[in-house]
Ligand binder design. Sequence first.
Ligand code: PAF
Length: 250
Amino acid sequence: MKIFENINEWKKFRKEHPSSMGFVPTMGALHDGHLSLIKHARRENEKVIVSIFVNPTQFNDPCDLDNYPVDLDRDIASLKELEVDYLFLPTKKSIYPEDYNCKVIENNLGRILCGKTRTGHFDGVLTVVMKLFNIVGPSRAYFGEKDYQQLSLIKKMAANFFMDVEVIGCPIIREADGLAMSSRNVLLDKKHRCLAPWFYKILKNTESIDLKKRKLEEIGFKVDYLEKHDSRLYGAVFLNEVRLIDNVKL
Ligand code: PAF
């Protein structure tokens, strides 16, 4: 696996290697959800590139950014095992040379659900994804459906800015007990990890939203939101300060 840290070096290399390129952007702390995106990319492209960049502009809470799990050595070992061709590891300074004065903003879907309770979150996501697309030059890019709102916004951005990339959504990968895989799951202590699967169990049952909220709160979740949008039920909860999100098709 070839590792690129320098944007210009990668761009030069990409020009000289015009093969179809599957791209999996990540913030690291890789889990089986990411690995399934990489396998999708592997099947559909000649080459696969993964980026690891903990994007500061999508964190509305500095403590959340400080606590975000990082394990680069383990990530590199997993990527090598999956025979990923290229790893892109940019620095914050190289991604934001202009200090984040130039942003991508979506004012509709980006302002509800997670966009309502995490101010500026999707501005940060869309901005970094546009930058990464422009640098990497992917043929296809892969995102998990756990972050369904993020996936919809990225599809919308790519279409509205006539970007030459196919944005592909991949199914949520769950633990055996139903908990959606997420880098944040490692932040749960033993007690809260045991409670976490109730989020999906309650989200997918047929009860009213009010009853679901009450049940989650009785168990110990702090509900950020549970809301229907476009025939999908979206939820975000906190369990001992760890934020979990999930969604189900209605
Ligand atoms: O889903 C993520 O890990 C991030 O939001 C992404 C798409 C890599 C942008 O930083």
